[in-house]
Design a protein around this ligand. Structure first.
Ligand SMILES: Cc1cc2nc3c(=O)[nH]c(=O)nc-3n(C[C@H](O)[C@H](O)[C@H](O)COP(=O)(O)OP(=O)(O)OC[C@H]3O[C@@H](n4cnc5c(N)ncnc54)[C@H](O)[C@@H]3O)c2cc1C
Length: 425
């Protein structure tokens, strides 16, 4: 087919179907979320290697980067083609760890703001599964207030020297590259002195420490950057204009699995994407399908699912046709966080005692207790639901902005608590 022609959806579907049929079926265990303590490091690394291989297979089959321009190794097709691929992959294994944050927000940011040289180097490598990316955004002193970054980059000739600390980077210990927001100008106001950089996570001066959660998972990491030297060619966008990049970065992060760059089999995820059908299967396994309370809960989950899907379409179309501002994505983010938390609670209630203490053979009833313990992560990761509510009121409904004391003064002069780093330290 000439490169200028767009492949028909039917032809693409046939190719995608033939490819999907060669993939293994996903077991409930494999579909379980990250941040679990049920895998050894060796098992985790083996899964990462397996997912890189799956990505490579997608690439070799001309199915990687469906919406990525062809000059960077993608297919140059449309979101409709991506939806077809996701539908054909239903119930099949897929490279889960590569989707968020590698494909979005990191790849999205690279495509929009990267130099030609950066795109030619990294985009094909990402599509081949050779590079896994992480976002170095949150810091010990700022998570919601991302623009308050204290990690500092100082120019030294053709290089930059970075110092600071980033935290809550899921999977940094098995990833390759980081996308990092750093302060390059302490004399400019908070949002005016930031710049975005990229670097290999295994660069000299970067120490990755794993954080052990109460459940024993060590997927979260904190990174300490000490005199990390990187070339200026690792800068994304203009110096001190990192917030222009950062705002779009947040937008792409908010899209998460809904981004057209993400390959995710339809129906993947448990509570996150689980509809009434998921809950029906749980109640069936628990033998409570005729229980009125169980039926009520199944109905509630189905409503949450359907409203979420309709909202996603409505907001997506609104943003695409510019009838809604980009910040309207926060409406879906707020809903999705609250709904996923509620659905996890419903699933746990339906699973009954087996949801709290299970063995693998318990099938649809298993593991809901672990999901229940992690349910609040849906309202925190990717920006909290409280911040989404702020964005909706201020940036969509145009209500008065929250009073801030740091917007119009040099960041160096913004008071910080005694235990937080200052510009002079
Ligand atoms: C599963 C998961 C994965 C993550 N992965 C990454 C990652 O890969 N990379 C990364 O950089 N970070 C990651 N994070 C971190 C995440 O982005 C932050 O936890 C989040 O932005 C909140 O920041 P914080 O934890 O510092 O909380 P804080 O900002 O300290 O907030 C504490 C509480 O105060 C509320 N709050 C704060 N400011 C306001 C305000 N102005 N108005 C109203 N309420 C407010 C918040 O909503 C929250 O409830 C991840 C988090 C989770 C849960």
């Amino acid at each position: 087919m000439p490169r200028s022609e767009i492949e028909s959806l039917d032809a693409f579907r046939q190719r995608a179907r033939a490819f999907a049929q060669k993939l293994g079926r996903v077991t409930p265990r494999a579909a379980a979320s990250a941040l679990r303590a049920d895998r050894s490091d060796e098992e985790e690394l083996a899964e990462v290697a397996r997912e890189r291989e799956l990505q490579r297979r997608l690439f070799d089959a001309n199915l990687a980067g469906v919406c990525v321009p062809r000059e960077y190794g993608g297919q140059g097709l449309t979101p409709a083609h991506q939806r077809v691929l996701n539908a054909e992959l239903r119930g099949r294994e897929y490279p889960a760890r590569l989707q968020v944050p590698t494909f979005t927000p990191c790849l999205s940011v690279l495509l929009e703001f990267g130099s030609e040289q950066q795109k030619l180097k990294h985009v094909p490598a990402i599509l081949r599964g050779d590079e896994l990316w992480m976002q170095f955004l949150s810091e010990p002193s700022c998570g919601s207030d991302v623009a308050g970054a204290l990690t500092t980059a100082v120019r030294d000739g053709d290089e930059w020297v970075l110092n600071g600390s980033k935290v809550w980077t899921t999977g940094a210990w098995w990833s390759d590259w980081g996308l990092c927001l750093a302060r390059t100008n302490w004399d400019a106001p908070k949002h005016g002195g930031l710049t975005v950089f990229i670097f290999p996570i295994k660069s000299p001066g970067i120490e990755v420490q794993r954080i052990e959660m109460l459940n024993g998972s060590k997927e979260f990491c904190q990174e300490y950057l000490t005199d990390v030297r990187i070339p200026d060619s690792y800068r994304i966008g203009a110096v001190d204009e990192g917030w222009t990049v950062g705002s779009r970065w947040m937008f792409f992060e908010g899209m998460g699995n809904n981004s057209p760059l993400v390959t995710m089999p339809e129906g993947t995820g448990r509570a996150t994407h689980g509809s009434g059908a998921t809950m029906h299967a749980i109640a069936k396994a628990a033998g409570t399908l005729s229980d009125p309370r169980a039926r009520e809960l199944i109905g509630e989950a189905e409503c949450l699912h359907r409203v979420g899907e309709a909202l996603k379409r409505r907001i997506g179309q609104g943003i695409m046709t510019r009838k809604l501002p980009d910040k309207a994505s926060n409406i879906h983010r707020l809903y999705a966080g609250l709904a996923a938390t509620r659905r996890t609670t419903i699933a746990f209630e339906l699973a009954g005692p087996t949801g709290g203490a299970w063995v693998e053979e318990d099938g649809d009833l298993a593991e809901w207790g672990a999901d229940f313990l992690m349910r609040q992560a849906f309202c925190i990761g990717g920006g909290t639901t409280e911040m989404a509510a702020n964005n909706i009121s201020e940036r969509v409904l145009k209500m008065p902005r929250e009073v801030t004391h740091d917007r119009d003064r040099p960041f160096r002069e913004v008071p910080r608590s005694a235990n937080k780093a200052s510009a002079d330290e």
